[in-house]
Write a protein that binds this ligand. Structure first.
Ligand code: PRX
Length: 658
């Protein structure tokens, strides 16, 4: 755990309260705080009854024998139950009369001469057929239950088809965000031991092409595991072709039947692995399983987004992140909703694109990230005001703390003061939303994710696990198992217990600091470990450091987060060079590009500072806390007693002042 934990303190003073609009509450799934409290209490005191009842909304091939088997820190949910996630998201919806309902509504980034995008509406029945054909094609290529399939795709419906096809036949997917580099692909392929990649010739982003196939080709120069690459034609740009390895998507589905029986999966069978940054140099593969994950996704969609059959719902996340898994694909489909997928960038052709989409399709529920909201604020409200957003009834945010100013803008300018805002706290590891308002019940305050969802026993504690009094900053933990909790770290079973359950003995430690106010509301104060949150995306400082030191000129690097107006946190890198190498502006640029190449553009440092040495403790540990202070305020006021060489700080400050 990071040394800066003791520095947690909260200066946030926010007193505005927004009760849910009564017309909203009247129709909501949970209509009052009393109802929320009653349900939450039952979910904590009698989780087996509560979740056993909730799970009846899902389709089971075989009912479970036991709801929960908990041997801390290992949980099994719905032991003995058999079900299939794709069956639940498709066939089960069709059986309930949603066959002709649009499951996925997709909009292209490119606009035609009259300013119109390409729009595809895929019904639940058509989506099932597409999934079955592709699943049969995968089987023909030899894919079996338990295999790991890598998906590196743009935001097109076929990305969801690929995920659901894996789920249908019991293969686990490992989706890699399209913004990650070749190196990131080969690392993940190796770790997941994946021998098939599904990709596209390219992706469309901000009017340009993302060379997905080329990135895969480059990645496969450093791993020999991959035997087949399925390529969807999206941009039509020429790609290199490796005979015998590469196969077009259209050839995979050619002649395949639209009937593919769903594999009855054990409740605890693996559904997917998703890599995320932690406090070491390499991302870790977070493992999610079948029943509990699906239930939490479906339940949170129903209760947090308060979804109804007539709703058009849009989560703007990319499928490469957990938000895309849970709230673009699995949750909304399992809840029988129409989920909108937008292919491209929020600022193409300008920053009014999201509002044009909402107006065009009459979106009712919109879920996005604070970093996007801040970018829209900066672009100006004129871009919003020329669109009719009256279809909106609920707004959501995720990914990082939302500053009250951005919350108020979202509320007033986008929601016209009538839409509740659900600020949802959760993580890749938690699988689904954990702390959140229920929009018909919870009075909201700008900047807080408010109260725990059903079954979530969240608390703010000290290192011994003792709960802290109101308004005292501490560690955000979860004290009881919940259905969608991660089941482990792929390839590294021991790390799971060590990483999450030992910092605060017997409790899941999230890595976040928080405080609860006098109403019990949780105010998330950000990571207290060596993870930073850039534009709502998690990056390990060690990961960026390893990328930097892999450059031949770099001797040592220390990376810290610093406040950033748009991104929430920016990246500052302190770098010492190998003997004989000279700092220069060109080298800065080269190192920034180097990190982009090693990890992906999102990891590019905002600042590189050359220094002749880094502040260290006597035992040689880099004191990132001091660097963070320096990057944040230009000064170091905190405790420096463990610092080995005081002159280092003076020199760093001098360089800062230059
Ligand atoms: O620091 C918290 C922040 O995002 C981290 C999880 O990142 P990731 O696993 O990439 O998942 C992001 C999407 C679920 C958390 O540890 N975070 C997420 N949501 C919020 C948040 N911080 C404050 N408020 C939130 N609503």
């Amino acid at each position: 755990m990071a040394e800066n934990e003791s520095a947690i303190q909260s200066s946030l003073q926010e007193h505005r309260i927004f009760p849910p609009p009564s017309a909203f509450s009247a129709k909501a799934h949970v209509k009052s705080m009393d109802e929320y409290k009653r349900m939450w209490r039952e979910s904590i005191d009698q989780p087996e009854e509560f979740f056993g009842r909730m799970a009846q909304d899902l389709h089971w091939f075989k009912k479970w024998d036991k709801v929960l088997d908990w041997k801390s820190p290992y949980a099994k949910w719905f032991v003995g139950g058999k079900l299939n996630v794709a069956y639940n998201c498709l066939d089960h919806q069709i059986d309930q009369g949603r066959g002709d309902k649009t499951a996925i509504l997709w909009e292209s980034e490119a606009l035609d001469a009259s300013g119109k995008p390409e729009v595809r509406k895929i019904t639940y029945r058509a989506l099932r057929d597409d999934v079955c054909r592709f699943a049969n094609g995968l089987k023909k290529l030899g894919v079996k239950k338990g295999d790991r399939i890598t998906i590196y795709m743009p935001m097109v419906p076929e990305a969801a088809v690929a995920m659901l096809a894996c789920a249908r036949i019991g293969a686990a997917h490992s989706v890699i965000f399209g913004g990650f580099s070749s190196q990131a692909i080969s690392d993940r392929v190796e770790d997941a031991k994946s021998n098939l990649i599904i990709t596209a010739d390219g992706g469309v982003r901000r009017g340009g092409d993302v060379p997905l196939k080329e990135n895969v080709d480059n990645a496969l120069q450093t791993t020999s595991l991959v035997k087949k690459v399925i390529v969807l034609k999206r941009t039509g740009k020429p790609v290199k072709w490796v005979e015998g390895r590469d196969i077009w998507w259209s050839d995979v589905i050619a002649g395949q039947s639209a009937d593919c029986p769903a594999e009855p999966m054990d409740a605890e069978d693996m559904l997917y692995v998703l890599y995320t940054s932690g406090s070491t140099g390499k991302p870790k593969g977070i493992l999610h399983t079948t029943a509990g994950y699906l239930l939490s996704c479906q339940m949170t969609c129903k209760y947090v987004f308060d979804l109804r059959d007539e709703d058009l719902y849009w989560c703007s996340a990319d499928i490469g992140w957990v938000t895309g898994h849970s709230y673009v694909v699995y949750g909304p489909l399992a809840a029988g909703t129409t989920t909108l997928m937008y292919e491209g960038a929020p600022n193409f052709p300008d920053f009014s694109r999201f509002w044009a989409i909402i107006e065009r399709h009459k979106v009712n529920v919109f879920y996005t990230a604070p970093t996007a909201i801040r970018a829209f604020m900066r672009a100006g409200r004129e871009l919003v005001d020329k669109h009719n957003l009256s279809s909106l009834r609920l707004l959501g945010t995720v990914g990082e703390p939302i500053n009250p100013e951005a919350w108020m803008w979202y509320h007033q300018v986008i929601g016209h003061g009538k839409c509740p805002i659900v600020d949802t706290w959760w993580q890749t590891e938690t699988g689904a939303i954990m702390i959140t308002p229920l929009p018909g019940a919870t009075p909201t305050k700008p900047g807080t994710a408010t109260l725990p969802f059903f079954g979530i026993d969240a608390a703010v504690v000290d290192r011994t696990g003792k709960e802290l009094p109101a308004n005292q900053g501490g560690l955000l933990v979860i004290r009881k198992p919940w259905p969608s909790m991660l089941r482990g770290i792929f390839n590294d079973p021991d790390r799971y217990a060590r990483q999450y359950w030992t910092d605060v003995p017997g409790m899941y430690f999230s890595g976040d600091g928080a405080r609860r106010d006098e109403d019990g509301y949780f105010w998330i104060m950000g990571r207290v470990d060596d993870v930073i949150n850039v534009s709502g995306h998690r990056l390990g400082t060690m990961e960026i450091e390893s990328a930097l030191v892999s450059h031949e000129y770099v001797a040592e690097a220390a990376v810290v987060g610093m406040p950033h107006d748009l991104k929430g946190q920016g990246i500052a890198a302190f770098v010492t060079l190998e003997a004989g190498r000279q700092p220069s502006e060109n080298l800065k640029k080269e190192l920034i590009a180097w990190v982009g190449k090693q990890i992906g553009s999102l990891a590019k440092p905002d600042q590189i500072r050359f220094t002749d040495s880094l502040p260290k403790t006597r035992s040689g540990k880099i004191m990132r806390r001091l660097l963070k202070e320096l990057a944040t305020s230009g000064e170091v006021k905190g405790d420096t007693t463990t610092l080995e060489d005081f002159s280092v700080l003076a020199r760093l400050k001098e360089q800062d002042e230059k």
